[in-house]
Design a protein around this ligand. Structure first.
Ligand SMILES: [Zn+2]
Length: 498
């Protein structure tokens, strides 16, 4: 049998000014994609292993392409990657297995995955298609109509990519063997959840995923996926949904999806994040530092989260912290190549006033900010390269570009040429700084910073910028235009019936 397996992943923050080009996907083609993914803990890796275990299997692997979350995908990148997959479909495979994200928006395709699946169906109307998704996908009618099987991750932080691929792959193999006839239905909720409320280890999301796992035990139910969706997407179908695969039973699929959707709706407040004013977060951080205990108070600025399309350069939280005398404060990377260019030339102990951060206008939100002018000395310079020792991407080689440590006495700021989510101690090690010795630590992150830096902090305070940021949690700051009418909490009067 001939199997087509491809991977094309992006979580698009349509409000992010960070461009997404073909190069950002680091695409691998054909044999190279196959070899790179064969042992990977991804859905594509699982697909490859399952298909290669079949007798007389031939694999077509047109592409493996994945980019970190950022702004709307460039039209030429989208067209090229879709065309590459379609070329594979023209080789007439017997089955198609796709590793997708579910929240891809391109300049020329608002419903990135839906358009891809539609185009595949147009060429191959009768070939079975199985899809693995990230649970942050915004599912659309076009996706469900044009795929036979859809299964998503059940964990966030994500640790079950391979298990999801195994599940979606197993359902395909059972179908090919004539054991089942999978069909997929979904129920969309008028609910924009928040990433910080999609943690599957706590609260309403944990309970929803548990309900999905229980439903999977029912006879005839083959897979149940709770989609948290991705809300920083000005897209008609942004938001939560439930996807159910059954053995050829539409009524059962609709009933299971409807029941879990109703349960989610009853708990809707548990999926919403209400930001407190920044001044209150700062005051809380100060009180926590005065309490007994060792280590810094960790301030997490989730209004500029790199792994959701943040610019890594907004300065609101640092400015507020300095005004409230939260000192000494260590600050994780601020991406500012202009500042690095200037500070790189400074001699040791040469005092300099430098403009830092707030360089990239937040055009999509209609926000521009001014750099923060600070006076200090350059304490260290580094090539910004390190090997990750923490639990996320362990062993990966990272480069932040040229990096300086700027010391203003009140603040010790790591400034880098490239954007970098602070998930590893290497961001400070590379400039010889030990953040655990200071009173406050400010990092731009929602989740990824927590395993390493949460462990060395005495307390943690989530901070949002009152004036908005590329990944702010206050949806009122985003000019949603394309999303469907009546979605909670954008419209608090939203109802969900049936
Ligand atoms: Zn995700």
């Amino acid at each position: 049998m001939k199997f087509l397996i491809a991977r094309f992943n992006h979580e698009t923050n349509t409000f992010s000014p960070v461009a997404t080009s073909l190069a950002d996907f680091e695409p691998r083609y054909g044999e190279e994609a196959l070899n790179e993914q064969r042992d990977a803990r991804t859905a594509m890796g699982a697909f490859i292993r399952i298909c290669e275990a079949q007798p007389d299997a031939t694999l077509i692997t047109p592409v493996s392409a994945t980019a970190n979350p950022s702004g709307t995908v460039a039209a030429d990148a989208y067209t090229h990657l879709v065309d590459t997959i379609l070329d594979g479909v023209r080789e007439q495979p017997d089955a198609i297995l796709l590793d997708l994200h579910g929240a891809l928006v391109a300049e020329n395709a608002a419903d990135g995955e839906g358009e891809l699946l539609k185009a595949i169906r147009a060429i191959a109307p009768d070939i079975p298609i199985s899809v693995a998704l990230d649970l942050h996908g915004n599912v659309t009618p076009a996706m469900v109509e044009n795929a036979d099987i859809i299964v998503s991750f059940k964990t966030y932080p994500h640790i079950d990519m391979a298990e999801t691929g195994e599940h979606a792959g197993r359902l395909m193999m059972d179908w090919i063997a004539g054991k089942t006839r999978p069909i997929t239905r979904f129920k969309q909720l008028p609910l924009l959840s928040h990433t910080l409320r999609s943690n599957t280890n706590e609260g309403a999301m944990q309970r929803a995923v548990e309900a999905a796992r229980r439903a999977e035990q029912e006879p005839g139910v083959l897979a149940v996926s709770v989609m948290a969706g991705f809300s920083l997407a000005d897209f008609e179908h942004a938001g939560m949904s439930v996807i159910v695969v059954t053995d050829n039973d539409k009524v059962l699929a609709d009933n299971v999806a409807g029941d879990i959707a109703q349960r989610i709706w009853r708990e809707r407040e548990g999926f919403v994040y209400r930001s407190e004013p920044l001044a209150e977060s700062i005051a809380r951080a100060k009180a926590l530092q005065a309490a007994p205990g060792k280590g810094p108070v960790l301030l997490l600025d989730h209004s500029d989260n790199v792994m959701s399309g943040g610019t890594c350069d907004t300065m609101d939280v640092l400015q507020a912290a300095l005004q409230a005398y939260l000192t000494p404060i260590v600050v994780g990377p601020i991406c500012d190549p202009q500042a690095v260019q200037r500070l790189w030339k400074m001699r040791p102990n040469e005092v300099v006033s430098a403009d830092i951060g707030n360089r990239i206008p937040l055009t999509q939100q209609g926000i521009t900010k001014k750099p923060l002018r600070l006076t200090g000395v350059v304490r260290a310079k580094s090539g910004g390269e390190f090997t990750v020792t923490g639990p996320i991407y362990t062993g990966a080689r990272v480069s932040m570009g040229r990096t300086v440590l700027f010391d203003t006495i009140d603040a010790l700021i790591v400034i880098s040429e490239r954007r970098m989510e602070p998930y590893d101690i290497g961001i400070f090690d590379c400039v010889g700084l030990d953040p655990s010795r200071y009173d406050y630590l400010l990092l731009k992150s929602r989740m990824y910073a927590r395993p390493v830096f949460g462990a060395l902090a005495k307390a943690l305070v989530e901070c949002d910028a009152d004036q908005g940021g590329p990944t702010s949690s206050n949806y009122a700051l985003f000019p949603f235009k394309n999303i469907r009418q009546f979605v909670y909490p954008l419209d608090e009067s939203t109802n969900f019936t049936d």
